[in-house]
Every structure is written in C-alpha cells, then in structure tokens.
Design a protein around this ligand. Structure first.
Ligand SMILES: [Fe+2]
Ligand SMILES: [Fe+2]
Length: 442
C-alpha cells in the first residue's frame, strides 16, 4: 500500500443540547449509559479543534453512529462541526449507521419521552454530500455503501450495513457482488484499497463471537471475502471498544480489523493511523482530553471511566431483578449480596484461594474494573494475575455447567472453548497491542 495518514474517529453520538434532554427520565437512563449525551457536543468540538491543528494529516474518517439517535437537529449541528473541520483543510469521509436515522426520534425530558424530528435514511447521502458521498466513484444505493478515492493510488471501500430495508449488520450476496466489482475496478486502476464498516468484522474480543450484534453476520465469510479481494485493513466501531485483531482466510490472506472506541464515552479514544512508504502500518491511540466541562476536579479520562464503571454495576444490578421460580430465587440471592460481598467472602463460599490484593475488594468494584478494562483494550488480566486466578477458580467450580453449554454454542462447525474465550477476553494474549501497534502490510 502507498503512504497515507489519517485520523479515525468513531461513534461520535453527537447530541444537540438545544433539544433539551433532562429531568428524571434522562437521569435514570444515564445510570446505565456508557457514553455522555449532554457533553457530546463539547467533546466533538474539542477533538475536532485538536485534529484541525495537526497540519501533518489531512484526512479524517468517521465510520458511523454520528448522532445520539438520529435527531435531525443533532445532524444539523454535527454537520456544522464537520464543515468547520473541513475549513482547516481536512478531507472528511463518513458513513452513517443505525443511530443516524430514526422514524420515531425522541428526547428524554421530565418523566418521559418527547418526540422530535428524526433524520430520514434516504436524505443522509445528500446531507453528508461533502463528506464522502458527493465525490464517490460509486454508490450502492440501497445501503449507501460507496467507493472513494482518498488519495493518489488509494481507495476506501465504505461498507454500510446498517441501512433501512437491508439486512442489518450483514454483508449479503448482493452487497458483496457490488463490492467485488469495485475492488476489481480498483485493481485494474492500480489502486490499493482499505475499508471501513460500522460493524466490526472480527469479534473485538473472543466472547463477542457469542453476541449476535457485536460483529458482522457470518464474519469469517466476510473477512475472507475482503482479505481474498485485496483488502488487508478495515476500520470499524459500533462496539465502543479499543481492539485490533487479525484474521487469515483459508487462502492465507490477512485482514486487520482496527475497532475504535466511542468518542464521547469510556474509553473515549481516537486514532491516528499512518502507512509509510515501506508499507509499515502504525496505529496510535489518542485520549480525549479536557473539553472545557466542569468535571468536579476529575481529569477527562477519570470522568469517562467513572460513568462507564457505574453504568456496568447498575446494569448488573438490573439484570439481577425479576425472574421466576428457581431463577428468581437465585437472582434475589445474588441481588441481596452483590453490593455487600467482598471477593474474599466469595472465595470462601466457593473454596477458591484469593490473592490478598483482592480479598477486601467489593465484588461490584471488581465487576466494574474488569468490565471497563475489557473495553480499554490490552486487557491486563493475563495468566497468573490475581483476577485470572480468581476466574480460573470459578470456572473450575462450575466446569460441569461449562461442559454442558459449550456444544450448544458451537456454530458452523466451529467449536467453542469457553475458558479460552474468557481468558483471551480479560487479558490480551495477542502478539500486539489493542491501542498502539505496528504491522507490515503486503
Ligand atoms: Fe455507537
Ligand atoms: Fe452502532
């Protein structure tokens, strides 16, 4: 691939504050929300300003979930931010995704929902005409996928698989046929191609392979299709996680999937990506820093972290509600103890040896820390660490349940090893970092 440099920013989830979100319903929603809503416009404004000051890099790519939930006013204000960034000399390429069109958009106000005007899917290409669609070499009308010339000798295949009336989170045969034509044409024209897609192609962490909406459908097939047709790099978002993964097709071709966090929620990162004249791909992660908001003395990263940490704990509390019969009893037992139990007590109940650094830690705190840690990338809980040993102990106690479930989880002949899946999710056992990594491209 020829030399290129660009910024990758995703899941900006921009919200226009003049729409007036607030009140009890909004605050309740924020208890389990990973990302900020009222702060989003200030964050986008501050990050775009920082990017505009970098005169080295003139391309910015944003693969979807541009607005909070498709509110037309959020789009209008976000587009103004894009034009401001463009004035600094940047070429901007976006795709839209599921949060960018909405027939029944609303904002949370007072005790409930107040309807607002939502963006229409069919209008999005025109609204974002100066940010990829207007100069596209080809557009696939049903999905709004497009092929663009980013720079001399380099094209970008923008795959949109979050479109109205089309299979969600999927690249079906029709879309693959269209993409193949574009990739063949790029080859004829002596251009190399990288791709973007809102959905991750490769599951960001192994357990996401078990979560339907966490990656594109039939991901091995899509990854092989791209890799075998000359795409070695794809940039994705949607899961709000920092991860980098490689996949090799049966023909030995590689796809590298760089999935990046939501800009306006923990981990709140974006990337600067370069490929040099020797085809060395460098991925650098940048933190969202102070964005002029009163954060009660916390740094921006601490502020983001606290929101997600508490949201995870509140989601677990929520999941322990309800249920009938034995499930209801177990949930009620868990709910009563979840907030009080220490890891040391859990160890005594399950006869597991607990490292002294964890003994007095509350279970809620551990759940929050491990949860946020997974999304930050480079999971620290590798073999031999206290958390690894704890989870390993729990899995041994419940090995009969694991053995029973594993065969049911197998898909397309791919066996599931739940233990390995979990360990490779809480700890990065790959040869490269999820945040700052280097690869030599073909
Ligand atoms: Fe998103
Ligand atoms: Fe999404």
């Amino acid at each position: 691939m020829k030399a290129i440099g660009f910024y990758l920013v995703t899941d900006t989830h921009y919200f226009e504050n003049a729409l007036g979100a607030g009140g009890a319903a909004f605050e309740k929603n924020m208890l389990t929300e990973q990302y900020f809503v009222k702060e989003s416009s200030a964050i986008v404004n501050s990050v775009f300003k920082r990017i505009s000051e970098d005169k080295e890099t003139d391309v910015v790519i944003i693969p979807g979930d541009l607005t909070k939930n498709g509110e037309l006013e959020s789009h209008k204000s976000f587009i103004k931010e894009l034009y401001r960034l463009r004035e600094s000399g940047k070429k901007i390429f976006v795709i839209t995704a599921g949060h960018d069109y909405n027939d029944s958009a609303y904002v949370l106000q007072g005790d409930g929902r107040v309807p607002v005007e939502g963006a229409n899917f069919d209008d999005l290409c025109e609204m974002y005409r100066d940010f990829g669609y207007g100069n596209a070499l080809a557009i696939d009308e049903p999905t709004h996928s497009y092929m663009a010339q980013v720079t001399d000798g380099i094209r970008m295949l923008a795959i949109c698989c979050d479109s109205k009336d089309q299979p969600k989170g999927a690249m079906d045969e029709r879309l693959m046929t269209w993409a193949k034509e574009q990739l063949d044409k790029a080859k004829e024209d002596n251009c190399s191609v990288f791709a973007i897609c809102h959905y991750p192609i490769i599951p960001s962490v192994p357990v996401f392979d078990l979560v339907g909406d966490a990656k594109i459908k039939e991901w091995r097939k899509v990854a092989s299709f791209l890799a075998d047709n000359g795409v070695e790099l794809i940039l994705t978002g949607h899961m709000h996680i920092q991860s980098i993964n490689e996949y090799y097709s049966e023909n030995g071709n590689r796809l590298i999937d760089v999935c990046t966090s939501c800009l306006v929620g923990s981990p709140a990162k974006y990337r600067k990506i370069t490929v040099d004249e020797n085809s060395v791909l460098k991925v650098k992660t940048i933190d969202v820093e102070d964005f002029g908001w009163d954060m009660n003395g916390l740094t921006a990263q601490e502020y983001f972290y606290r929101q997600f940490f508490e949201a995870i704990i509140n989601r677990v509390r929520g999941a322990l509600n309800g249920g009938k019969g034995i499930v209801g009893h177990l949930k009620s037992f868990g709910r009563k103890r979840f907030d009080k139990l220490t890891v040391g007590t859990l160890g005594r109940i399950l006869f597991i040896k607990i490292d002294k650094s964890l003994k007095n830690k509350k279970l809620t705190e551990l759940v929050g820390e491990v949860g946020v840690g997974i999304f930050l990338g480079d999971g620290p809980n590798t073999e031999g660490t206290p958390v690894y040993n704890l989870i390993s102990g729990v899995l041994k106690r419940f090995s009969f349940v694991v053995k029973k479930f594993e065969p049911k989880l197998a898909k397309d002949g791919n066996k599931v090893d739940l233990n390995k899946m979990l360990f490779d999710t809480i700890g990065n056992n790959k040869a490269y970092s999820d945040n700052n990594a280097e690869f030599i491209l073909k």
